[in-house]
Design a protein around this ligand. Structure first.
Ligand SMILES: Cc1cc2nc3c(=O)[nH]c(=O)nc-3n(C[C@H](O)[C@H](O)[C@H](O)COP(=O)(O)OP(=O)(O)OC[C@H]3O[C@@H](n4cnc5c(N)ncnc54)[C@H](O)[C@@H]3O)c2cc1C
Length: 600
């Protein structure tokens, strides 16, 4: 008999001595892979998760309070390094430290990028990492439910049945309540002749679309990796999870074959270890995964020696190529009798009614995490300067995007990304800009940033926060792309259906119009949409890849990375569905089903 019944292991001395697979990180990717690997009863799986289980706090479960776990004990509360391109600011970059990872903190947008975004992964040299090979895994993750009739009729929401999955673990559905000024946005979208596709999920995520959210269609609670992939596997005797323990190091033996993972509750606690018979799978997220590899001796020898770590694998690309969706805001106050989301905080009666409606009927404002209708726009749709931006990009130098100490192979690989980004500038099937609307406030997110940064372990201790720099605005092209986004936001707001809300631009302010003034505003205010990726990307080793097409870390046996850090380049979308799809596929690759992928 096992010592415990498949569920949570609360004491390290209850663990088995060895497992077939030890998975570091119980977030979106880690729990997905753990669930799928433990489907085979003879395969033992352990997940080590640094955070705790949540206590079903309302700020975690209620969609209308989504994001409420940010800055709590469930957040690593990390910040990006101060950057000269951001006027010396440190931007905070939340990451979940909780069973479920960032899927417990996120804003619940459950969308996919366009076909061309994923096909672009293959174009970068990653055979069979394209839309067609990922689509079955997007579906495998999902239990899709159409919108309720009232909201479908009121907003004319359409969807493509064939694009969705129905037998997965993650619930996805549309909010049964949509904040009413969303209608003004939809009308303005149409009046600018921006397309409204049938569904974002079928590879054509261009234009304005209604997005589903990761929530249960019966009780309208958040569906996270915890409910989806942990709860559904937790009765399996071969699946163990230890929470509140942080992996400190991946232990290797002399011939570089991986043996085990060390872990501990805190920096001054005793470090214990657990063996992996087959593999250690790292799923600690884009900032912590490269740090864990580095403190384990896998990385750039120069960095490793500076923190007194002997080099096990000379792999300078570890932690490089980090990028993220950077955004700026154009904020208008509005003056209207239409109900606004601010009533939830400013009007106690409204808030109490909304709460009662949620509790009794599972309807009303608290079922919406907001952001129900999003715009994803190719450059030529949001500016008429795309040709000159393209010409400037061709005349510019790819190295402007990279940190000055970027290793040669990273620069070599980035050259291909640069070329691909340049061609996207003129493409109509790939979005450069996302617009998120909240009653007159517009969040303008750059979907294909040129700039790259890095993650570096600051010391040999995993308990010291990684030094992460997303490289925001390093390449001046990114500022130009956002500058045009600010101008587009004003054109959008000038459309009659939004003008009737009597908008008044509070930030940056109507007097901020020149290139120089807008650029200064961008520098002083740009921030993150919480989508760090790329820091252990799939790719050829001499082109800055950290993992091969089967997600195996180069130069060592028995070690894979399966989280957002493997993305070669960000898709134009929120990224959780892509994380799930990659992780679902990783599980098949590890099990040896679904076809091996070769790298040429
Ligand atoms: C505030 C916020 C809002 C977001 N909004 C959206 C949205 O609306 N839509 C969307 O699609 N995406 C959104 N995202 C992004 C999305 O949630 C993430 O991209 C996704 O969860 C990443 O999955 P992952 O597996 O790579 O990492 P995570 O889900 O973050 O999981 C990593 C896990 O590893 C654990 N870990 C780290 N280091 C160690 C260690 N040494 N030992 C043990 N465990 C460790 C962490 O505690 C964490 O639980 C948002 C993210 C945040 C933070």
């Amino acid at each position: 008999h096992p010592l415990f019944n498949g569920r949570l292991v609360s004491r390290a001395d209850e663990l088995l001595e060895e497992y077939d697979y030890v998975i570091v990180g119980g977030g979106a990717s880690g729990l997905t892979v753990a669930n799928r690997l433990s489907e085979q009863p003879s395969t033992t799986v352990l997940v080590i998760e640094a955070g705790q289980f949540d206590q079903n706090e309302e700020f975690v479960t209620i969609p209308g309070l989504a994001g409420g776990a940010v800055s709590t004990k469930y957040d690593w509360n990390t910040t990006y390094a101060a950057s000269e391109y951001l006027g010396g600011r440190n931007i905070s970059i939340s990451q979940g430290k909780i069973v479920g990872g960032s899927t417990k903190l996120n804003r619940m947008v459950f969308d996919r990028g366009s076909k061309s975004d994923y096909d672009g992964w293959e174009t970068l040299g990653n055979e069979r990492w394209d839309w067609e090979s990922l689509l079955p895994y997007f579906k495998k993750n999902e239990i899709f439910s159409p919108p309720v009739d009232e909201i479908r009729e009121e907003y004319n929401i359409t969807w493509d049945d064939d694009a969705h999955g129905y037998d997965g673990y993650m619930h996805s559905t549309y909010s049964p309540y949509i904040w009413p000024t969303t209608k003004n946005l939809v009308e303005a979208t149409s009046s600018l002749n921006i397309p409204i596709p049938k569904d974002q999920a079928n590879g054509n995520a261009i234009g304005g679309y209604f997005t589903p959210h990761n929530m249960d269609p019966i009780d309208y609670r958040r569906s996270s990796a915890d409910e989806a992939y942990y709860d559904t596997a937790a009765t399996r005797e071969n699946f163990h999870l230890i929470a509140d323990h942080q992996a400190t190091r991946i232990l290797t033996c002399a011939n570089s074959t991986l043996k085990a993972t060390g872990f501990a509750t805190s920096s001054n606690a005793t470090i214990q270890s657990v063996k992996a018979k087959r593999e250690v799978v790292v799923a600690a997220g884009s900032l912590h995964t490269p740090q864990l590899l580095q403190v384990s001796g896998i990385g750039d020898p120069a960095l490793l020696s500076s923190i007194d770590i002997p080099t096990v694998v000379d792999l300078p690309a570890v932690g490089q190529s980090l990028h993220d969706h950077v955004y700026v805001m154009v904020a208008n106050s509005v003056n209207t009798t239409i109900t606004l989301a601010s009533e939830l905080t400013s009007n106690a009666t409204f808030a109490a009614e909304a709460r009662a409606q949620y509790d009794t009927e599972k309807r009303g404002p608290l079922t919406s995490p907001s952001g129900d209708f999003l715009l994803f726009l190719p450059l030529s749709i949001y500016t008429n300067t795309s040709a000159s931006i393209h010409a400037a990009a061709l005349a510019s130098n790819a190295s402007l995007s990279l940190p000055s100490d970027a290793p040669t192979e990273v620069a070599a690989g980035y050259a291909a990304s640069y070329h691909s980004l340049n061609s996207k500038l003129l493409a109509n099937d790939s979005a450069f800009l996302e617009v998120i609307w909240a009653d007159g406030v517009l969040f303008l997110g750059l979907q294909h940033p040129y700039s790259r940064g890095s993650v570096k372990a600051p010391s040999s201790s995993i308990f010291d926060a990684p030094i992460a720099d997303a490289g925001f605005l390093r390449n001046p092209l990114d500022t130009v792309l956002l500058r045009e986004a600010v101008r587009f936001a004003r054109r959008l707001v000038a459309q009659p259906s939004i003008a009737e809300l009597n908008p008044f631009e509070v930030v940056p302010g109507a007097n901020v119009t020149s290139d120089a003034d807008i650029d200064q505003y961008i520098k002083n205010s740009a921030s993150t949409l919480w989508h760090p990726a790329g820091s252990c990307k799939i790719g050829k080793r001499d082109e800055g890849g950290v993992v091969d097409g089967e997600l195996k870390v180069y130069g060592i046996e028995g070690l894979r990375v399966v989280d957002a850090s493997v993305f070669p380049i960000l898709p134009a979308s929120h990224i959780m569905t892509t994380v799930y799809a990659v992780a679902e596929r990783a599980a098949d690759i590890i099990k040896g089903v679904g076809g091996a992928i070769e790298m040429s």
